[in-house]
Design a protein around this ligand. Structure first.
Ligand code: G6P
Length: 522
């Protein structure tokens, strides 16, 4: 991997000059000057349309951004990423969540060993376990089938499975799924208070099996379970997902109930591994497999498509344009689907834990901005909450609008209204409303005497950027592609910013100090 300070590239100098010359150009004039702008700036991939026409860019901007990608040698970094090189250099690990969803026959080598057979073996184990639990063949200690599943984990061992289970609710089977994550004891009590230990399965998920929250919650739950059952019954109700097999055994989990994962899978990228066991239990293994296929297809698009037609590449570069030239500090994710209500919290960890870094790959402090603040909530709700600030506030906040052409229950009336709002928002942000237009509105409304006082408040500057990601339908496969799209973006932006995206030392200090406080108070 090349080690380049992006601000030292020729492309950066060109972008700086170009920014100064064009920063005030209005989206309205960009659309007026090119009647085909929407088509020119749309990438089609499977059931996806990535429309980036409502961004403050021109062909010239894109050319310089693509030059930047070439100058930092994104292509060779991609080869290192996909081939299992130890690109997580600070932890001396490969970064291979892409191998977990690899559907091709190609080998993926880590330290000279092909990891694909192990991956397939664990997938088979997940499949047969899922089938046993879902069919009711897996029996609890009083010979009853499982009705409830509790995922005990935090961070990457919680957010991904929780978000996918919520997103794929439509595809869910009869199992009731619960998540316990917070060290707050009230969280665990609220979850277990209505559970029957005879019919509940606990999935303890922790890559390291050292995380304070997860071990505390698991211990509390085991104690609660043992109030009605005996130690030998634990094997029928507790399974674990971890790389740390020794500690899992010490916790009392039966060897057959351990689902392994590998240290070349980062926690926040782990839902594709055995960490996705709760997903598989919730929607069945075939749907879990479709999720993997969707992600694989996005990886293939990323790997094989020329940069100028490559959705993750183009949209990552546009993100750099806003962060480093327009100095935007936040990005908002607006899915127009209630099912995707947990997407923004999930992406907060994926993106902010990865690219929230201020030291470059040489170990020097960076003198430019890196990872942005990610936030968001579903539309149309968000329109009645925070969208005012996007439309008329002082901050420039690039937005991703994610919508579906079809709803899952097929109610056309609702869906037409939802999508009308979706398109209206992107249009309003881009076009705004001029003083003249606002004046005419007030006149038409007959508010003649109020025109002078109200006019300034009725003006929308517009020129607020957004990207429209329009997808046929929310399915396990399309969801897999969507998540993988954001994962590719994380990698690309990390390469351009010359930072290490796959460690997270920034979470350690708080953990150390919490232990110190805990010991002081004992
Ligand atoms: O899966 P675990 O080892 O329990 O880790 C759970 C989480 O805790 C850590 O503090 C990291 O910041 C996260 O990246 C990780 O996902």
């Amino acid at each position: 991997m090349k080690n380049v300070n992006p601000t030292q590239t020729k492309a950066w100098q060109k972008l700086t000059k170009h920014y100064n010359e064009t920063k005030d150009t209005h989206l309205k004039s960009l659309f007026n000057n090119d009647s085909n702008r929407k088509n020119n700036y749309t990438i089609n991939f499977n059931e996806f349309e990535f429309d980036y026409s409502k961004n403050r860019i021109t062909d010239e901007t894109l050319n310089y951004l693509l030059e930047l990608a070439n100058e930092v040698d994104l292509k060779s970094a991609m080869d290192s990423y996909f081939s299992g090189e130890k690109i997580n250099q600070t932890e001396k690990r490969a970064v291979l969540h892409t191998a977990l969803r690899n559907q091709s026959n190609s080998e993926v080598l880590v330290d000279g060993k092909n990891v694909m057979p192990e991956i397939r073996e664990t997938l088979n184990k997940m499949e047969s376990f899922t089938n046993k639990v879902v069919s009711g063949d897996w029996k609890g200690f009083t010979n009853k089938s499982i009705s409830d599943v509790v995922n005990i984990g935090i961070g990457g061992s919680d957010l991904g499975p929780d978000m996918v289970v919520e997103s794929l609710k439509f595809y869910k089977n009869h199992l009731n799924i619960h998540f316990v994550s917070n060290i707050d004891g009230d969280h665990v009590q609220e979850v277990i208070k209505n559970l029957n230990p005879e019919t509940t399965l606990f999935v303890i998920v922790s890559k390291t099996f050292t995380t304070q929250e997860t071990l505390t919650n698991a211990t509390t739950i085991k104690k609660w379970f043992l109030q009605s059952a005996s130690e030998k019954d634990v094997a029928k109700h507790f399974v674990a997902v971890s790389t740390n097999l020794k500690t899992v055994s010490e916790f009392g989990i039966d060897h057959d109930n351990i689902f392994t994962m590998w240290n070349w899978v980062g926690g926040r990228f782990s839902l594709w591994s055995t960490v996705g066991l709760t997903i598989s239990l919730a929607v069945g293994f075939n749907n879990f497999k479709d999720l993997l296929i969707g992600a694989f297809e996005m990886d293939e698009h990323f790997k094989n498509t020329p940069f100028e037609k490559n959705a993750p590449v183009i949209l990552s570069l546009i993100g750099i344009w806003y962060t480093n030239f327009f100095k935007c500090e936040t990005e908002v994710i607006l899915p127009y689907s209630q099912y995707l209500s947990k997407l923004a919290p999930y992406l907060q960890q994926a993106i902010m834990e990865s690219n929230g870094k201020s030291v470059d790959r040489n170990g020097s402090k960076v003198n430019y901005q890196t990872g942005n603040i990610i936030w968001g909530a579903p539309g149309s709700n968000s329109q009645h909450a925070f969208m005012q600030l996007l439309h008329q506030g002082t901050k420039l906040i690039p937005a991703d609008f994610i919508g579906f052409k079809e709803s899952l229950y097929g109610d056309k009336d609702h869906h037409n209204k939802l999508m009308a709002n979706f398109f209206a928002q992107t249009e309003a942000l881009a076009q705004g409303k001029t003083k003249e237009e606002a004046h005419l509105d007030l006149k038409t409304q007959g508010k003649l005497e109020e025109i002078e006082t109200l006019l300034p408040f009725k003006v929308f500057d517009g020129n607020k950027p957004s990207t429209t990601i329009l997808i046929e339908k929310l399915t396990p496969k399309s969801l897999g592609s969507l998540i993988a799209f954001y994962e590719c973006k994380i990698f690309i932006q990390g390469i351009i910013w010359n930072i290490f995206s796959f460690d997270q030392f920034g979470v350690e200090l708080g953990k150390e100090l919490a232990n110190k406080f805990l010991n002081q108070n004992k």
